[in-house]
Design a protein around this ligand. Structure first.
Ligand code: KG4
Ligand code: ZN
Length: 356
C-alpha cells in the first residue's frame, strides 16, 4: 500500500510530460508554486520534417527524460527523497512518447515508495489556468486549442473537498483538423518551419495592409472545422503563385497569414461565446498552445466583454506543452486520493474526463 498524501502539509509533486515533442519536468509545491522546471523541445529537430515523427519522438524522449528531470530537480533545489508524489501524462498522445515519461515516473515512484498518478494532458491544459493570479472560479466554459485538439467544455469544480479538481463535459469539438494543426499546415505552405503558430501570429499582428480574405468555417452547434479554411488557403496560395509557381514575396505571405488568422480566431471566438450562451455561463477559460495567440487573446477579450462574459487565458508561459500543468493537475488528483496502480498504461486516445 502506498503512503497517503493526506497528512503531508506542503506537498511536493514532480510532474512529467512526454506526450508529443516536448520532454518536460516540473516540481510544484501544493500544486501552485513552481519550484523548478525544465523543458527540452524537439521542435528544431522536427522543423525539417514538417511535423512530429512518432518513432523518433519516442527515442528523443528516452534520451532527454533523465537530464530534464535532473535539471528541474536541481532548479527546484530539492532531493528525490523530498518528493511526495509523481504525476505523469498518461494520454492522449503518441504511444511511444507517452510510455517514456509514464514508465520513468512509475519506476521513480515505486523506488521512492510514493504515490503516482496518470494525468489527462487536455485536462492539464485547462487546469493550469487556475495558476494565473486572477484565476476564475468554476463553473466556466473551457476552450482547449492546441496542435492536436480543439474543443469546448463545460467545466465544473470537483465535488466534496476538492473544488480545484476540475471536471469536464464535452460541448463540441473539431470535426477535422485542430486549430494548431491548421496553423502548422498553413505555415508549411508559406515556408515557415514546424511549429508555425507563433510566427504566423507575429506576421498577422504586425501586418497593416489589405489582408487576404478567407471563409469562416462554422459547422453546426458548438463544433469546429478547420480543414475547409486550410484548403481555401492552399487554393489561394496556388493562385497567387501563378502558373509558373513564383514564390510569394514577404508582404503577400503576411497578407495570407493575417487573413488566415482572422478567419481562425473569429471562428474560435464565435463558438466560445456561443458556448457561454448555450450554458448560461459568464466566464470562459482558454488553454493549449493556440491560447498563446495574441490575436485570439485580443479578439476574445474584446468580444467577451461586449457580451458580458469574462475571458481568462492560461499564463503565456504555460500555454504550450509543459510539465507545470501536469504537476498542477496531478496534485489535485493525488489530494483526492486518485493515485494509480502499477498497471497504469498509456492511453493514446484518452478523452477528457477519464483519468487513472
Ligand atoms: O499545446 P501544444 O504545445 O501541443 C499540443 O498539445 O498539441 O500546442 C502546440 C500548437 C502548435 O500547433 C503550434 O503551432 C501552436 O500550438 N501555437 C500557436 C501559437 N503558439 C503555439 N498557434 C497560434 N498562435 C500562437 N502564438
Ligand atoms: Zn498540449
Amino acid at each position: 500500500m502506498l503512503p497517503s498524501l493526506k497528512e503531508v502539509i506542503a506537498v511536493l509533486v514532480l510532474g512529467l510530460e512526454s506526450s508529443c515533442d516536448e520532454t518536460a519536468a516540473a516540481v510544484l509545491v501544493d500544486g501552485r508554486r513552481v519550484l523548478g522546471e525544465a523543458v527540452a523541445s524537439q521542435a528544431d529537430f522536427f522543423a525539417e520534417f514538417g511535423g512530429v515523427v512518432p518513432e523518433l519522438a519516442g527515442r528523443n524522449h528516452a534520451a532527454k527524460i533523465l537530464p530534464v528531470v535532473r535539471e528541474a530537480m536541481s532548479r527546484a533545489g530539492v532531493n528525490y527523497a523530498d518528493l511526495d508524489g509523481i504525476a505523469v501524462t498518461s494520454g492522449p498522445g503518441l504511444t511511444g512518447a507517452l510510455l517514456v515519461g509514464l514508465n520513468f515516473g512509475k519506476a521513480l515512484a515505486l523506488g521512492l515508495n510514493i504515490p503516482y498518478v496518470g494525468v489527462n494532458h487536455l485536462a492539464a491544459h485547462l487546469q493550469v489556468t487556475l495558476l494565473a493570479e486572477n484565476a476564475p472560479e468554476p463553473p466556466f466554459v473551457g476552450l482547449l486549442v492546441s496542435g492536436g485538439h480543439t474543443a469546448l467544455y463545460e467545466v465544473r469544480d470537483g465535488r466534496d473537498n476538492f473544488p480545484e479538481l476540475l471536471r469536464f463535459r464535452l460541448l463540441g469539438e473539431t470535426v477535422d483538423d485542430a486549430a494548431g494543426e491548421a496553423y502548422d499546415k498553413v505555415g508549411r505552405l508559406l515556408g515557415v518551419p514546424y511549429p508555425a503558430g507563433a510566427v504566423l501570429d507575429g506576421w498577422a499582428g504586425s501586418f497593416s495592409g489589405k489582408m487576404e480574405s478567407f471563409p469562416r468555417p462554422m459547422p453546426r452547434g458548438l463544433n469546429f472545422s478547420f480543414s475547409g479554411l486550410k484548403t481555401a488557403v492552399v487554393r489561394r496560395v496556388k493562385e497567387l503563385k501563378g502558373a509558373d509557381d513564383t514564390p510569394l514575396d514577404e508582404t503577400t505571405c503576411h497578407a495570407v497569414a493575417a487573413g488566415f488568422q482572422q478567419a481562425a480566431i473569429e471562428t474560435l471566438a464565435n463558438k466560445a461565446l456561443a458556448a457561454c450562451k448555450a450554458t448560461g455561463l459568464r466566464k470562459i477559460v482558454i488553454g493549449g498552445g493556440v491560447a498563446a495567440n495574441r490575436g485570439l487573446r485580443e479578439l476574445l477579450t474584446r468580444q467577451s466583454a461586449a457580451a458580458g462574459v469574462t475571458a481568462f487565458f492560461a499564463p503565456m508561459e504555460f500555454c504550450t506543452d509543459n510539465a507545470v500543468m501536469i504537476a498542477a493537475r496531478g496534485y489535485q488528483l493525488l489530494r483526492a486520493e486518485k493515485s494509480a496502480s502499477s498497471d497504469l498504461e498509456a492511453s493514446p486516445n484518452m478523452e477528457l474526463g477519464v483519468e487513472a
